[in-house]
Design a protein around this ligand. Sequence first.
Ligand SMILES: C[S@@+](CC[C@H](N)C(=O)[O-])C[C@H]1O[C@@H](n2cnc3c(N)ncnc32)[C@H](O)[C@@H]1O
Length: 401
Amino acid sequence: MPPKRDCCGSDPMTPAARLAAAIDLLDAILEGAPAERALTNWARANRYAGSGDRAAVRDHVFDALRCRGSFAALGGALTGRGLILGLCRAEGRDATALFTGEGHAPAALTADEAKHLASPAPPREDLFTSDWPEWLLPQLRADLGADFAPVSEAMQARAPVFLRANLAKTTRDGAAQVLATEGIETQPHPLADTALEVTAGARKIAQSQAYAQGLVELQDAASQAMLQLVDLAPGARVLDYCAGGGGKALALAAAFPKAQITAHDIDAGRMRDIAPRAKRAGAKITLAEPGKVTGQYDLVLVDAPCSGAGTWRRTPEAKWRLTPARLAELVALQAEILSHAAGLVAPGGRLCYMTCSLLDVENAAQIAAFAARGGWESTAHLRLTPCDGADGFFGAVLSRI
Ligand SMILES: C[S@@+](CC[C@H](N)C(=O)[O-])C[C@H]1O[C@@H](n2cnc3c(N)ncnc32)[C@H](O)[C@@H]1O
């Protein structure tokens, strides 16, 4: 059968050519180019690459960034070429057959490379350990305890894609049926009764009718699960203090249609998508002016800026960019935001703190320090790791003492 042509009529790139493109991109990224920008520039400069090629090259690049330490060890060098050799080895692909130097394939293996690939692979534990930033290892080992090995292994895999069924418009089964008619296969996920894990057709979501009609939103299942911490009476006043693009505010609006929800973020630009998303979802969300929020709320949600360690499968560059100084800055910012947000909680109301971090210093220790400053106690918390099937997340509910 002839190779399937893309929409522009060019033949798809060969697997070896896709690897060669990923090698060049990774070299640029290792020199400091942001991955997304490098991929966009590459796609613009190589118009012959169809959507399948772009997706495959992107997957290679993100797989290599996520498993940077282990692929470099398996491939013999922390270079684009070393990482892609490591990727081939990790996936059990025959590098000799792909690195031929013919056509657009990467140059043939050198004698040293062939020797390295034939040498025994490092032990499994050394491999997954090397996919964390080295400076963070003592902290991660202490915080994750017995979960360190399984979480580290889970973090090497690609993150699943999840949707939240908008129960204000449909049921989870109803959303799944509509998605299926558009070639998007899903299965319910146990972490939340709104969560659908996408098993096929993920790239069609943004163009689907189910999405356009607000039946579903993209949201990680652990992020959806965090709403288990919240219970709201009809008419409750809710402030999403760090609303960003509104993921939590929209989920709250769907779960509690009678709540009055206000979204706030220090950065107005981050809230740009809330209005169109709310319109699609059929939700009412009031936007507060950045830095000017006042009043009293029955629930103040602080989905705090954090290291994002629980989401590093999706944003692998971020894990290599984090520094001890930046982490300390984030921890100080979280404490400051908590103090400020606490002042907006009405008598008898609650404060809910969340992060997508796996690090204790941003999670339980942050809450313990806040409670130790007086006046508040933690009444419930939830900690999820990628071993639960989705991103790492932490949430705690606090009441006044
Ligand atoms: C984890 S993100 C929020 C994600 C969002 N809640 C969602 O579910 O899509 C953290 C947000 O906190 C905001 N932020 C940072 N510093 C802040 C501050 N001092 N006050 C309020 N928001 C702040 C950031 O702009 C960012 O959008």
